[in-house]
Design a protein. Structure first.
Length: 417
């Protein structure tokens, strides 16, 4: 049978109350032990002082004072909390009348001072046993003294101590409830934030207090995870947008050439062959684009290893792209300015895709009858600069921060290492 699960609020209260109660209990016991040790030492000192007092008088028995006077002195010492007994193996020299002697055995072998605690009728007594010489005879002295200080504390202060302990337990329970409620409320706020994110989107974040405690650290980690998740969503959105744009250009080219083949391909054999070749190349490029897009996330996080790329002559790729668009858009004028003997490490399909995007945009965003597109590729220090200019509508002035005269025409520059 499975144990019934206790709500975390009650579990937290229970454990907090147990720990605080244990601390209070240990503290109370520690106080009692400390007070008992203090009174024990105090009573021992009193017994030692009494023993020295009796010893000093016993040495003068039959010398300076008679034995009867010493006996009367012992009777004078007898009271309700202190009892004296002097004895030898043959007889009891003196004994205060008391019931405590019934529980204390006669000790004939103790030759040193011994002080031990004893319990009689739930009261604590201290018993001193030590040798004593009276009139030249060896005896054993026993002094029994009740621990008055501890007794008074037990009778007068113990009820207050118990009341204080109970009050402390009650207050600790209330404190445990307050701390637990505060802790649970902070967790509930985090749960509320999660539910809001689930319903309204990932823009919401958990609240961070000034305490900088463990709960705040959890909230910080949660916010960090949400930031990464939001960035991942944005990257996914950009990925979809890039895929749409990247796939659109070869599809547009395929559509254009296939439409042209349908119209004039049967009558123009040369144009048919060129268009079919271009369509096959675009299909191959489309397949490569799909494969590249599937690995886009991995590619974005890694650097391209130029050592694995072979050098190409970019003029071949540029001429191929221009030839493709001349068939589709014969009214476009192309101006090519590429340094001679220039070779660069780049995937030919990547360069082709880049040129198609630029040329496609130059044609799309151009409202003139005579469209001019200039393609410039040159080497600057250790980089290659690809520049595409056209006589189109240009970039709106409110979207640029520099002199708009520089953007009389659309100009795009890309640098390659």
């Amino acid at each position: 049978m499975k144990a019934k699960k206790v709500p975390i609020f009650l579990e937290f209260i229970k454990k907090s109350f147990f720990i605080i109660s244990l601390i209070l209990f240990i503290y109370t016991i520690g106080q009692l032990i400390a007070f008992w040790m203090f009174t024990d030492e105090y009573e021992r000192d009193l017994l030692k002082d009494r023993y020295k007092e009796i010893i000093s008088l016993s040495q003068d028995v039959n010398i300076q004072i008679p034995e009867n006077s010493f006996y009367e002195y012992l009777q004078h010492l007898a009271n309700d909390d202190e009892y004296i007994r002097i004895y030898s193996a043959n007889r009891i020299y003196y004994e205060t009348i008391s019931e405590v002697w019934e529980d204390i055995k006669l000790d004939y072998e103790n030759k040193d001072i011994s002080i031990k605690p004893r319990f009689f009728d739930s009261d604590i007594y201290m018993v001193l046993t030590a040798p004593i010489n009276i009139g030249g005879a060896e005896y054993t002295l026993q002094i029994v003294r009740e621990n008055e200080m501890l007794q008074e504390f037990t009778e007068n202060s113990f009820p207050i101590l118990i009341f204080t302990l109970i009050l402390g337990l009650v207050l600790s329970g209330m404190g445990a409830m307050y701390v637990s409620k505060n802790f649970i409320n902070r967790l509930r706020r985090l749960i509320t934030t999660m539910n809001e994110i689930k319903e309204n989107g990932i823009n919401k974040r958990a609240e961070i207090s000034q305490l900088n405690d463990e709960v705040d650290k959890v909230n910080i980690v949660f916010n960090s995870m949400m930031d990464e998740l939001e960035e991942a969503f944005h990257e996914q959105s950009r990925f979809v947008s890039d895929v749409s744009h990247e796939l659109k250009t070869p599809l547009t080219a395929l559509h254009g050439h296939l439409s042209m083949i349908k119209r004039w391909g049967k009558n123009d054999r040369d144009r048919l062959e060129k268009s079919l070749d271009i369509c096959l190349k675009e299909v191959e490029r489309l397949k490569k684009l799909v494969n590249d897009m599937l690995l886009l996330s991995k590619a974005e996080k890694s650097e391209i290893n130029l050592n694995k790329l072979e050098e190409i002559n970019p003029i071949i790729v540029v001429d191929e792209v221009i030839e493709q668009y001349r068939i589709l858009k014969p009214n476009v004028k192309y101006i090519v300015n590429i340094d001679e003997d220039i070779n660069m490490k780049i995937d030919p399909n990547d360069l082709k895709q880049l040129l198609i995007i630029f040329i496609d945009n130059s044609i799309k965003y151009n409202n003139k009858d005579n469209i001019e597109i200039e393609i410039i590729l040159k080497k600057e220090s250790n980089k290659f600069k690809l520049e595409v200019k056209d006589n189109g509508i240009g970039i709106p002035e409110n979207e640029i921060n520099i002199d708009s005269e520089l953007y009389k025409y659309t100009r795009i520059s890309v640098y390659f290492k």
